[in-house]
Design a protein around this ligand. Structure first.
Ligand code: GLN
Length: 494
């Protein structure tokens, strides 16, 4: 492997070379750090990486090498460097959620998802920048400054998992972890021209993911192609005694579904793709619409039947999400009180004063807004009007999806976002920012798997196509995504 080669290698290629013994994990890890330096991934430039420790990562790679020379040939991710969003607990590196309130915090345990990847040979090389506590759609809400989109450094990479998306897009790692509460992996994947996949709620343990809105939170993955995204999800999936909401349902092989059909002429024969009209409003950008049409044409050529459907409650998803998510956040973030974790500011006014001083200085403006909003909608007198009503409408949004999937639709195809990546600093109204999540929050509200994949460019900027499937139908979602990726070829980036 040459250093120039590294940024184009997929996770499965790296692992295959490591298992064959032709490439040493330590060389891969060094190449990842060299690439990070080469593209300026640090604080003063792209601002992708918040925390990393090259010596420790190289040492871990060397330990892996000694294990490989034993009886075991190594796991499916042997020697694969991965980046992890800063709201997912890792050992040895800080977990700050890009917030001042958790400055310097190093967790005493590791997220189950990270453990599972490491058990298969992956090596954590960095913690990545994100919106503070994953609240945002642009990574501009980080206490450590915005991440820049590697495709166009004047623009945002999307958010909240913008650092992880940029890490993959800039060639630092083939796989990175993000979290999804309302599109925070699919939207940045679309903006950065890569793949981002969210599983069914409960499919991957949330243990070690710092809670934002527990009924909506998912650990999810970025990759350069569909195969690596499927591989990452497959390795992380499965029941976990540390997360009572994790599903005790066997995990099928996601990759076998498409690998076995790779040479079939019309691999999507028998598959019905639904196109929900609410995701293609009159006002949709013409360039994005054309790219979606091109993808749908490919899907037909691949043998799929394409049918228009309706998800009538779609327009209510943003108001519902921005009630439910802040409500849960206001409760979850109560634990950051200056006593148990991270920063503490002393005050002359005793304990109460310490709480006030710590939380006022520790949380940034967007997190503060969410806590206020969430506390309001949960308070006596408003609970029924807002929170309870939002939960009822959430059930209707979920039912929209279960109805179309029960009616013969295998997967839905939509644009991931209404626009391409916007310039840093250009969206200042919080409500306008919330609207950029319009096509992505629905799958979190319903708890169904969804992913974004590159389907082309408008004015040089990447556009994502979204595939959504029913509960635990990840194999179908990946099967369609893989076939479309093969059919698009280079078109995906033109
Ligand atoms: N943009 C949404 C928000 O700000 C979603 C964030 C996420 O998925 N973590 O809440």
């Amino acid at each position: 492997m040459s250093a120039a080669d590294f940024p184009t290698l997929t996770a499965s290629t790296i692992a295959a070379r490591v298992r064959e013994g032709t490439t040493a994990p330590a060389d891969i890890v060094r190449a990842s750090f060299a690439r990070a330096r080469g593209v300026g991934a640090g604080r003063d430039a792209l601002n992708i990486v918040l925390w990393s420790d090259e010596d420790a990562a190289v040492k871990e790679a060397e330990t892996l090498t000694t294990q490989l020379s034993g009886a075991s040939r190594g796991g499916v991710l042997a020697g694969v460097p991965i980046a992890v969003k800063d709201n997912i607990c890792t050992l040895g590196l800080p977990t700050t959620c890009a917030s001042k309130i958790l400055a310097g915090y190093v967790s005493a345990y590791e997220a189950t998802a990270v453990t599972r990847l490491r058990e298969k040979g992956a090596i954590v090389v960095s913690k990545t920048n994100c919106d503070e506590f994953a609240m945002g759609s642009s990574t501009e809400n980080s206490a450590y400054g915005p991440t820049r989109n590697p495709i166009d450094i004047r623009r945002v990479p999307g958010g909240s998992s913008g650092g992880s998306a940029a890490a993959v897009a800039a060639g630092l790692v083939p796989i990175a972890l993000g979290s999804e509460t309302g599109g925070s992996v699919r939207q940045p994947a679309a903006f950065c021209g890569i793949v981002g996949a969210k599983p069914t709620y409960g499919r991957i343990s949330r243990y070690g993911l710092v809670a934002f809105a527990s009924s909506l939170d998912h650990i999810s993955a970025f990759a350069r192609n569909v195969d690596d995204a499927a591989l990452a999800l497959e390795v992380m999936a499965g029941v976990d005694p540390h997360d009572s909401t994790s599903a005790d349902i066997p995990v099928p092989s996601y990759r076998e579904q498409f690998v076995s059909r790779a040479t079939v002429e019309a691999p999507l024969t028998g598959v019905t793709v639904g196109v929900p009209r609410e995701y293609f409003p009159e006002s949709l950008d013409a360039g994005i619409r054309n790219l979606c049409d091109r993808s749908l044409e490919h899907l037909r050529e691949l043998g799929a039947t394409v049918r228009e459907v309706s998800l009538p409650h779609t327009s209510l998803a943003i108001p519902v999400y921005y009630i439910v998510a802040p409500a849960e956040a206001s409760s979850n973030l109560a634990r950051f009180d200056g006593v148990r974790y991270g920063a503490r500011l002393s005050s002359a006014d005793g304990l109460r004063g310490m709480y006030d001083a710590t939380r006022s200085a520790g949380f940034g403006p967007e997190v503060t807004r969410r806590i206020l909003l969430g506390t309001y909608v949960l308070s006596a007198g408003y609970y029924d009007a807002y929170y309870k009503k939002a939960q009822a409408v959430r059930a209707l949004i979920t039912r929209d999806f279960t109805t179309v999937f029960a009616d013969g639709i295998d997967v839905l195809f939509t644009p991931t976002t209404p626009t391409t990546a916007f310039p840093i600093g250009s969206v200042t109204d919080p409500y306008e920012m919330y609207l950029s999540d319009i096509f992505t929050v629905t799958a979190n509200l319903a708890g169904i798997p969804a992913m974004s994949m590159p389907i082309g460019r408008v004015d040089g900027l990447p556009v994502g196509g979204q595939l959504i499937a029913g509960h635990f139908a990840e194999p179908k979602m990946f099967r369609v995504a893989y076939a479309l990726e093969q059919a698009l070829g280079d078109e995906a980036h033109r």
